[in-house]
Design a protein around this ligand. Structure first.
Ligand code: ADP
Length: 245
């Protein structure tokens, strides 16, 4: 099944296009790494994919439906760049936040014992069972990312989209976080990950989209590694990050 289908999508904030004539698909079960230099349109492209922005031209489908009529929001877990910051989030505990995800799936406000078990399992899966009764806005950035993912798991999301989720997270927690993503992907959840460390992406993702306003590569990771797409897309920006061990 095709989860995301973009055809000839173009978007500009003003005169200058941020995304130009991009066509790509994300298939169910993919782990897509979305890479490109700073300001190359990655976040904008992700917003377009999720229906958070309307394209100037081109078509976008989510789960086979035109994105502007798509209303199964609980199928998508989105961890934005802002998710690591503290401000603005409601004073709720992890368990309460994840329970809201379960309500979104159930579509009504009465939870069964099974629902409660699903909430507990989701919190356990992301490795923050010991923090279940803490306020979300008192967690560290990395713990908060996990809480967001637990919420998505409780709502039975089948697509997780993450925008540089490990900025400001230490190397060890970062590795553990990417292992979590990989195991969720093994369980069948489709993942779209914006990440500036190319090594992380080529290690974990089976598909790569490399953009710099235009798409330079879209395909499997092996053919990306063998291609010149990276040098072409990054040009002389000097931004390639590749500190993988
Ligand atoms: P990336 O995620 O690759 O860093 P973005 O999608 O955030 O890139 O940005 C792509 C381009 O669009 C950049 O030149 C950026 O300055 C510009 N841009 C992003 N958001 C806005 C906005 N809200 N208004 C105007 N320009 C924007």
């Amino acid at each position: 099944m095709t989860v995301v289908n973009l055809q000839n999508v173009t978007f500009a904030y003003g005169e200058q296009p941020a995304v130009a004539d991009v066509s790509l698909t994300v298939e169910a079960g993919d782990f897509l790494g979305l890479i490109g230099p700073n300001g190359s349109g990655k976040t904008t492209l992700l917003h377009l994919m999720l229906g958070l922005r309307n394209p100037d031209s081109g078509t976008i489908e989510l789960f086979g439906e035109p994105v502007d009529s798509f209303d199964d929001g609980e199928r998508i877990g989105y961890v934005s760049q802002q998710a690591t910051s503290r401000g603005g989030s409601m004073p709720v505990t992890v368990r309460e936040a994840v329970t809201m995800g379960r309500f979104a799936h159930a579509g009504h406000g009465r939870l069964t014992d099974e629902d409660r078990e699903i909430v507990a399992d989701a919190i356990e899966t992301v490795g923050i069972a010991d923090l279940a009764d803490r306020q979300v806005n008192q967690l560290s950035g990395g713990q908060r990312q996990r809480a967001y993912i637990a919420r998505a798991l409780a709502s039975e999301a089948d697509l997780l989209a993450l925008d540089e989720p490990t900025v400001g997270v230490d190397a060890e927690s970062r590795d553990a976080f990417y292992q979590l993503l990989e195991s969720l992907n093994d369980d069948g959840i489709t993942i779209i990950l914006i990440e500036h460390d190319i090594g992380v992406v080529t290690d974990r993702a089976n598909r790569i989209a490399c953009i710099n306003t235009e798409l330079y590569h879209h395909g499997d990771t092996e053919s990306f590694v063998e291609s010149d797409a990276l040098t072409e897309a990054y040009g002389a920006t000097g931004q390639v990050v590749h500190h993988h061990h």
